[in-house]
Design a protein around this ligand. Structure first.
Ligand SMILES: Nc1ncnc2c1ncn2[C@@H]1O[C@H](COP(=O)(O)OP(=O)(O)OP(=O)(O)O)[C@@H](O)[C@H]1O
Length: 328
């Protein structure tokens, strides 16, 4: 695989008369060819700043960036034709049809006119191409925006919050579209706050917090690195659950009592749970690992802000040893 997008040590500081705000603090990101890559981070973590810097819309204070092997912003004119991007919601004239809107853009960008109906077909708007944009739903407008970014047949498509404001049906359509584009060989980078969606759609992710990378890699490897040692335990009906949890707590387990079950947070050896309880004739009817998802990893990572002044990405710091070892 080869990197379509590489960012290394990116710095951006916004300065106004009143304050200095460091939006990017040595940020790194790599996106391999043909992937759908999720770019995740809480509000204000630096996603839009990264994308705007990459597209030459704002100037960084330091760091290196390359797109399709060309250093940017120096070589942006050479690669701009191969990058489609929607970083701010595009404004369309409501009285224009989708076809007229795209024809104007194609004309201005020196794109072959045949591309207009081709991209409308790709985003599923061909049948509605002759209707005015003001009659479109939000989801259709979002798809029209994606169509406009596809006019140039880009190798890299960058979308900031493409599913923003869409209902579940619209989100599903957008997901299918992203996957279809990746299958056609395009690399797609999308930022989103809808983490369940990112988990379904993306091959790989970068998570940013306070201007630094806090995790990166394939979705499965990011999840595996944060594999949970929490298990859910259910007991036979009628058993005193509180007394059972006290037995486990006395042995060092981190127990959280729920309405009809409890969880043990540091269960690196779940057999200890069944052994300790069975010794007191308390029997377990269910013992299941609590699955980790992207949302819990995101909350865990972005809840712990990077240490100021540390010149390294947070995901390169020494791994924290897994909790466990109680009840031996
Ligand atoms: N033009 C600007 N002037 C000053 N500060 C700015 C400017 N643009 C962004 N910032 C600040 O830089 C930081 C990063 O903002 P950015 O918009 O990149 O975050 P984001 O991750 O895209 O957030 P969101 O998810 O809310 O869109 C924030 O603290 C923001 O207030």
């Amino acid at each position: 695989m080869s990197a379509v997008l590489e960012i290394s040590g990116l710095q951006k500081t916004y300065r106004s008369r009143k304050r200095v705000r460091r939006a990017l603090d040595g940020f790194d990101m790599v996106v391999e060819a043909g992937q759908v890559h999720g770019f995740l981070g809480p509000n204000g973590s630096g996603k839009t700043t990264t994308l705007r810097t990459l597209l030459g819309l704002i100037k960084p204070n330091g760091g290196r960036m390359s797109i399709l092997g060309q250093e940017v912003p120096r070589h942006l004119p050479e690669v701009a034709g191969q990058v489609g991007a929607i970083v701010e919601s595009p404004q369309f004239f409501g009285n224009f049809t989708a076809r007229d809107t795209l024809s104007l853009l194609a004309d201005a960008g020196g794109v072959r006119p045949e591309r207009v109906m081709a991209v409308l077909e790709l985003v599923g708007l061909r049948d509605r191409a002759k209707e005015r944009v003001k009659t479109y739903s939000l989801g259709m407008k979002q798809r029209l925006a994606v169509a406009s970014a596809l006019l140039k047949e880009p190798k890299l498509l960058i979308l900031d919050e493409p599913a923003n404001g869409l209902d579940p049906g619209g989100i599903r359509e957008m997901r299918t579209l992203m996957r279809d584009l990746a299958e056609s060989g395009m690399t797609v980078v999308l930022s989103s706050h809808i983490l369940g969606e990112i988990q379904l759609i993306c091959d790989s992710v970068t998570i940013i917090s306070a201007g630094r990378r806090v995790a990166a890699g394939s979705v499965s490897s990011v999840l595996a690195q944060h594999a949970s040692t929490t298990v859910k335990v259910r007991l036979e009906p009628g058993v005193d659950m509180y007394a059972a949890t006290e037995l486990l707590r006395a042995a060092g387990a981190q127990v959280t009592l729920e309405r009809d079950h409890f969880t043990v947070g540091n269960a690196s050896n779940p057999a200890q749970i069944t052994r300790i309880l069975a010794e007191r004739q308390v029997y377990v009817t269910e013992l299941t690992p609590v699955a980790v998802d992207l949302e819990s990893v995101f909350l865990e990572l972005t809840g712990t802000a990077p240490v100021d002044g540390q010149n390294r990405q947070v995901d390169q710091s020494a791994p924290v040893p897994a909790a466990g070892g109680w009840g031996q």
